[in-house]
Ligand binder design. Structure first.
Ligand code: FAD
Length: 637
């Protein structure tokens, strides 16, 4: 029976198990009787094989190997084998005299097989126990998550349109949200809709009047739909944006968003940032489990390295404390709280000077306009049916002062001559009106210290140059990811476990965030004027490449607009631009000077993109699936 079992098993190996047995050993004196050296006779599961190996080692048959004249001869009490061929049995097996007794050998071989059989049996039992305990654990986990998804919301976290609250008894708040700007307001509504009890603390609940966050890319609009907030761009005189127009030295190129595959409602939207935020705040505040309070958060409350809540000053100046298992800090680009939660590295390459133009029409209605001006780009886009936002990029951190008229002078003499003629008089009128606003443009790579009980979101967490208008798209995309991660969690109280689980957030957000961040940083560098000939060529190549149309324009525009969050595609387009530039330089006849410029162009392009990618994190950006946190499962509840 054993023989037929072995013969079956050796012809039906189990994938993933140990390799086939080692060389056959022939008994010295019984030509038809075989046993095996060391390796078990079957391809067995690993633990089982180890078990069998142990048994072999424990067997009272010491095996001694020695090499003689290039061939291995194995002598043992009872077994001998020639390593080459099935040649005659050892003639000089002096150590094997007693093997000449066939009866003894048979008994020994029988012992061996019996021992293996017992070991296998024990191995199977061992495996069975292991498997059973693993299955029980997995079942428990599945039941916990499944039950939550199906029913537990009824008595724990209720998901409903009107945000029903949990039964009484637990802590008062599940999540504290610091700041109700784009990220905070959208997050409060999203978590509130999922049944969380949210306490939002916002420094100023009146309608903000700012020059930031006015063009929502189509990718961001899709996220707004996913969050059920698309109605927040209604009734605020928001304008549809269907693409970009690029201007350089009197030439222009239209770069439409590739929206053919989407519903006709999907496009970019531009608006007054304050109106949009106010709509989201109102919508969040309609949920009974969302409490919106005016106050300034002054610090995070920490206990045993876990954030337990915040200390804040109310509108009336009262100092209060609020507690919750999770505090999400969305206090924007001037965040005071982020220092405790991430590497506070900030780079300010330039500032935007903002104006509002009236009584004029854009050369390309419903388009964002980018002028490749000197020293750096100028943007125009509609923010209502009668107003056009103009943002002038001024390199460096030091701006000409507004108060003494230096700024007006700078705009009139240096910038106005580069503005499209259709907009010129409105541009001058707007400067004369005097409503000039400024904002620093910051780069802040996402470098969090994963902290139990707290999370950063929005600009406080990660910023990129606003040239491509990607900030709100990244913030809304992050909220969708966080919402989905938190969904299976009923109880947020185990902060350490929750924090470990939420580490996957930092990886999951990478495709969208890195694509938009890298493109913004790279484009800003390419679009800036430079006296360097190689940089000039790169800028011209970029304009030329985008003007080619087809995939050369839709590819980069899809990346910029958040419709195609693929960092690899971005790198390919970036180097395609560089190669296009090299082609322009070297064709039809390359000269040594042009060859030198081409080499510097490639070097310059690498010098632009690689540091940005490095700051984003190569592994997380290009190989997110190799990051262990990517696979982290929600804590078992
Ligand atoms: C010049 C400029 C132009 C931009 N243009 C665009 C664009 O066209 N499209 C785009 O998508 N993105 C754009 N961005 C980026 C975009 O504005 C941000 O990504 C977005 O506003 C981030 O939202 P947030 O909620 O993180 O920050 P914010 O919207 O700034 O909100 C932060 C909130 O926190 C509150 N707050 C601050 N401190 C405290 C405190 N201590 N306690 C309580 N509350 C506090 C503030 O009052 C504010 O309401 C631009 C940025 C700049 C600088």
């Amino acid at each position: 029976m054993l023989q037929s079992f072995y013969s079956y098993a050796s012809h039906h190996p189990i994938p993933g198990h140990l390799p086939r047995p080692g060389p056959r050993l022939r008994t010295n004196c019984c030509p038809g009787v075989f046993a095996y050296k060391r390796s078990p006779p079957l391809p067995l599961p690993l633990p089982l094989s180890l078990f069998v190996l142990l048994q072999h080692t424990a067997t009272p048959l010491p095996i001694r190997e020695r090499k003689r004249r290039g061939r291995t001869k194995i002598c043992c009490r009872g077994l001998e084998r020639e390593s080459e061929g099935d040649s005659n049995h050892s003639s000089g097996s002096s150590c094997c005299h007693w093997l000449t007794n066939p009866k003894k050998v048979m008994i020994m071989v029988d012992d061996f097989i019996l021992g293996t059989f017992i070991a296998s049996l024990l191995g199977f039992i061992f495996l069975y126990i292991l498997r059973r305990s693993a299955t029980t654990k997995a079942d428990k986990r599945r039941r916990a998550v499944g039950a939550f998804n199906d029913e537990i919301r009824n008595d724990c976290v209720r998901s409903s349109e009107n945000g029903e609250v949990r039964p009484e008894g637990g802590p008062e708040t599940d999540v504290i949200v610091v700041g109700a700007g784009v990220a905070g307001a959208a997050l409060a509504h999203t978590l509130g809709k999922d049944g969380r009890r949210v306490h939002v603390i916002e420094r100023d609940l009146t309608e903000p009047d700012r020059i930031v966050g006015e063009l929502l890319q189509p990718g961001g609009y899709l996220k707004l739909i996913e969050l059920g907030l698309q109605d927040c761009v209604e009734e605020i005189d928001a304008q549809r944006v269907v693409g970009y127009a690029l201007f350089k030295d009197g030439r222009n190129a239209r770069l439409p968003y590739p929206l053919e595959k989407f519903h006709s409602d999907v496009s970019g939207r531009s608006f007054h940032n304050g109106r949009f935020i106010q709509r989201m705040r109102e919508k969040a505040a309609t949920l009974p489990n969302v409490r919106l309070e005016q106050g300034t958060v002054t610090s995070l409350l920490e206990e045993n390295r876990t954030i337990k809540g915040v200390q804040y000053k109310t509108k009336t100046g009262q100092e209060l404390k609020a507690y919750a298992p999770l505090t999400i800090v969305c206090d924007g680009c001037f965040s005071n709280l982020r220092r405790a939660l991430c590497i506070p590295k900030v780079d300010v390459p330039s500032c935007f000077v903002g104006l509002v133009l009236e009584n004029c029409k854009l050369p390309f209605p419903n388009h964002g306009h980018v002028i490749l001006a000197d020293p750096s780009p100028i943007l125009f886009y509609p923010i209502s049916s009668t107003e056009i936002r103009c943002l002038v990029d001024v390199p460096g951190q030091k701006l000409p002062p507004i108060a003494n008229g230096e700024m007006a002078n700078y705009l009139k003499t240096l910038v106005a001559p580069q503005v499209p003629p259709e907009l010129y008089s409105s541009f001058i009128a707007s400067i004369d009106k005097g409503n000039i606003r400024t904002m620093p443009n910051r780069n802040m790579p996402a470098s969090p210290y994963p902290t139990p009980g707290a999370l950063l979101m929005g600009d406080a967490f990660n910023m990129r140059h606003p040239l491509t208008g990607g900030g709100m798209t990244v913030a809304l995309s992050d909220i969708v990811i966080l919402r989905d991660l938190l969904k299976p969690l009923c109880d947020l109280n185990d902060s350490a476990l929750l924090s470990r689980y939420l580490e996957s957030f930092y990886t999951l957000r990478k495709p969208m965030a890195s694509t938009i961040n890298t493109l913004a940083g790279a484009l800003y560098k390419v679009f800036r004027a430079s006296p360097d000939q190689a940089r000039k060529e790169m800028r011209e190549a970029c304009f030329g490449y985008l003007s080619l149309g087809g995939v050369c324009s839709t590819g980069p525009v899809a990346l910029l607009s958040g419709l195609n969050p693929r960092p690899l595609s971005l790198v390919l387009h970036f180097f395609a631009v560089a190669i296009y530039g090299v082609g322009r330089l070297l064709l039809p006849f390359p000269s040594p000077k042009r060859l030198w410029i081409a080499a510097r162009l490639i070097l310059g392009a690498s010098g632009i993109i690689f540091p940005i990618i490095k700051a984003e994190g190569v592994r997380q950006t290009f190989f997110p699936a190799t990051v262990p946190a990517y696979y982290r499962a929600p804590p078992v509840q």
